[in-house]
Design a protein around this ligand. Structure first.
Ligand SMILES: [Ca+2]
Length: 71
């Protein structure tokens, strides 16, 4: 009697929207070229604005490019 091994393929479906890359480019949002985004500048991208507080990890009210890239 032969035993057959069954292989199960697990397909991981990931939501592309959960990853970075969907935001308006940093350089476009930084309209005053200060090198960081104010809440007002971030508001030009509604998805970014929604995550603003979460991304502003040092809570200075500005998003640095590093903070932006973390999103
Ligand atoms: Ca900040």
């Amino acid at each position: 009697m032969k035993n057959f091994k069954m292989f199960t393929l697990i397909t991981l479906i990931t939501s592309a929207s959960a990853f970075a890359g969907g935001f308006t480019p940093f350089s476009e949002l930084d309209t005053d070229n200060s090198g960081s985004l104010s809440m007002q500048e971030a508001a030009a991208d509604s998805a970014l604005a929604q995550k603003f507080e979460q991304l502003d990890t040092n809570k200075d009210g500005q998003l640095s490019e590093a903070e932006y890239n973390a999103g």
